[in-house]
Design a protein around this ligand. Structure first.
Ligand SMILES: [Ca+2]
Ligand SMILES: [Ca+2]
Ligand SMILES: [Ca+2]
Length: 167
């Protein structure tokens, strides 16, 4: 656990459900959850370092090739539509968009990736556009993505704290 510049905390942890997954969790100074993100399945995080420029460095090892990784989490690079950051676009992504909208609480670590139609707002139409792309052959979400990481080419009020697949 590390204290972030705004008085909140960022936590590196591990959960065992069906498989071991490392995750990052960011809370504000009141302990409210800002976002959480799972690391890719083949990565186990051991240590978290806060660098002077407000970025995070995660160190760990990879499975099954037992290599070491050290990655700096770059903000603002993402793949549009890959809402859970697992490197794939499948039905779990639009489901997550719609669930977050209807429950009114979104813990997306990268809100830019949720803006599937890139209109600067998170709406039901984003979930529908993604479903249409997956199941009805509609056009792919605008760049960046869904298969390449990049920065948002259009200005908006949305942010992207971390998109784990673009680490
Ligand atoms: Ca996904
Ligand atoms: Ca949108
Ligand atoms: Ca945009």
């Amino acid at each position: 656990m590390r204290r972030s510049g705004d008085g909140g905390f960022i936590v590196l942890g591990r959960v065992s459900l069906f498989s071991d997954r490392s995750f990052l969790l960011r809370v504000d100074s009141e302990g409210r959850l800002l976002w959480r993100a799972f690391l890719p399945e083949n990565r186990t995080g051991f240590a978290l370092v806060l660098t002077g420029d407000e970025a995070y460095v995660v160190v760990g090892d990879t499975y099954p090739d037992s290599d070491v990784f050290l990655t700096k989490l770059r903000q603002a690079e993402f793949a549009r539509g890959d809402v859970n950051g697992d490197g794939r676009i499948n039905v779990t992504d639009p489901v997550r968009i719609l669930r977050a909208l209807f429950s009114g609480n979104s813990d997306a670590a990268c809100r830019d990736s949720v803006d599937v139609d890139d209109n600067g707002a998170l709406e039901v139409t984003d979930g529908i556009a993604l479903l249409s792309y997956l199941f009805r052959g509609a056009a792919a979400p605008p760049d960046p993505g869904p298969s390449a990481c990049g920065a948002d080419p259009t200005e908006d009020a949305l942010d992207c704290e971390v998109h784990v697949d673009c680490m």
